[in-house]
Design a protein. Structure first.
Length: 164
């Protein structure tokens, strides 16, 4: 895929997906500043949004602040804990709605996630909105179909600079 400096891009980061992938694969954390730099690749960044989950203890607040200082708009959602103790924390619908809304003003939407639940979104953005969709994720934990459908895929596992 050809990337040129006039492309208007938006970067949408599923922080929970990336956190768990990096932790499970490498026992490390994602360097989001480096990921953003790689994703932008000299193009016009219009929006960079990091979608995070807030726990009751709020121990992750310094991390959220760091994301903000690295150029991300941080959107928070509370961790849901159900009566049986099950926990739920996902931003799939929120990220999808934002991607569709932003697609009117962007040429490229970059999804930083390996979650296959985004397949219908990728198809819609490409075929209905005319946007290019790039996926940035760890190949080992990324949906094969998502990688296949994306216009471009960046494998974060290829370079340790994305970890810290």
């Amino acid at each position: 895929m050809i990337k040129h400096k006039e492309q208007r891009i938006g970067v949408l980061v599923d922080v929970s997906n990336m956190y768990h992938s990096a932790k499970n694969l490498f026992g490390k954390r994602v360097d989001y500043k480096e990921v953003l730099s790689q994703a932008v690749a000299g193009r016009k960044l219009i929006r960079a949004i990091a979608y995070v989950i807030k726990t009751e203890s709020e121990e992750e607040m310094p991390f959220f602040e760091a994301l903000s200082q690295q150029g991300f708009e941080v959107k928070m959602k509370d961790l849901q804990i159900f009566a049986g103790g099950a926990k739920k924390a996902d931003w799939d619908v929120g990220i999808s709605v934002d991607a569709i809304k932003l697609s009117e003003k962007l040429d490229v939407i970059i999804l930083v996630t390996g979650d296959g639940d985004y397949l219908p979104l990728v198809s819609y953005l490409q075929n209905t909105k005319g946007c290019l969709v790039e996926v940035v994720a760890f190949r080992q934990t990324a949906s094969s179909k998502l990688v296949e459908e994306a216009d471009d895929f960046t494998n974060l596992s290829d370079n340790r600079k994305f970890l810290r």
